[in-house]
Design a protein around this ligand. Structure first.
Ligand SMILES: Nc1ncnc2c1ncn2[C@@H]1O[C@H](COP(=O)(O)OP(=O)(O)OP(=O)(O)O)[C@@H](O)[C@H]1O
Ligand SMILES: O=P(O)(O)OC[C@H]1O[C@H](OP(=O)(O)OP(=O)(O)O)[C@H](O)[C@@H]1O
Length: 226
């Protein structure tokens, strides 16, 4: 007698904790992915969550790690900022949908007094504190400027006043963080928004991945039209 075939392992969607999570929750719901309540509770220490669909699970990871989980196939889909995609440039990731959330920009900033007396066109070498050394080095190299990058994981704004670096490359949204730390934005490197990312192999081999991508695409279109 033949055994019933085992049910396939659930599709795993990686979602960043932190500021994108709040904007991602309504989008997930609109795409038909309704997580158990603990998922939206930042105080919960759980990392893996069920949804109303036994075939879909969510994991909550650091923003930079979303790309790593999906690129290695540990998660099949993920939500991640285009800043992170630009920094890692994983060939295994396909980013089919701009989710129109997590809008900000990646910019070069420096102390206000330096900006008043210094012209960026005269730069030949810069020392920059950033969480994005790859994007930063590439941006400056394209205009013939050598960038010495000091990798930090947060609080970049402290670097110029403490002499760690002359400038920073960081995300800017309202500009409040720069302003409160005596810095001004001098150049914009890229506009950023969150993207749906998919593991390329999973897109071909897992039947439920494509319908999920289409559900997210439709949810974004409805949100834009509203
Ligand atoms: N000020 C902002 N406005 C809008 N989106 C932002 C802003 N800052 C960051 N983001 C987006 O949210 C993502 C996560 O940023 P966030 O600052 O929450 O990460 P983090 O807290 O530094 O991450 P980690 O979990 O590694 O500490 C970024 O990759 C970017 O795409
Ligand atoms: O222009 P603003 O609206 O002030 O936003 C910019 C800030 O937002 C991000 O940090 P976040 O607050 O996410 O925390 P982090 O410092 O832990 O990365 C970024 O790194 C800036 O510090």
């Amino acid at each position: 007698m033949s055994q019933p075939s085992p049910s396939p392992s659930p599709i795993v969607i990686a979602v960043p904790k932190g500021r994108i999570l709040a904007e991602a929750l309504p989008l997930l719901a609109a795409a038909g992915v309704v997580p158990e309540p603990a998922f939206g509770d930042e105080k919960s220490r759980a990392l893996r969550f069920r949804t109303q669909d036994p075939g879909i699970e969510l994991i909550r990871v650091r923003a930079f790690d979303v790309a790593t989980f999906v690129a290695h196939g540990a998660a099949q889909l993920g939500i991640v900022g285009s800043d992170v995609l630009a920094e890692f440039d994983y060939a295994e990731l396909y980013a089919p949908v701009d989710l129109d959330i997590g809008h900000c920009r990646l910019s070069v900033a420096e102390p206000a007094d330096l900006a008043a007396s210094n012209d960026p066109r005269g730069w030949s070498h810069v020392r920059v504190a950033t969480k994005y050394p790859h994007v930063t080095a590439g941006y400056f190299a394209r205009r013939g400027v050598q960038a010495e990058c000091i990798k930090l994981n947060g609080a970049m704004e402290l670097a110029p006043t403490l002499g760690l670096a002359t400038r920073i490359v960081d995300l800017v949204s309202s500009g409040r963080t720069l302003q409160e730390n005596g810095l001004v934005e001098v150049e914009r490197i890229m506009q950023v928004s969150a993207r749906l990312v998919v593991n390329r192999a999973a897109m071909k081999t897992r039947a439920h991945v494509f319908p999920l991508v289409e559900a997210f695409r439709a949810a974004v279109d409805r949100a834009r039209a509203a």
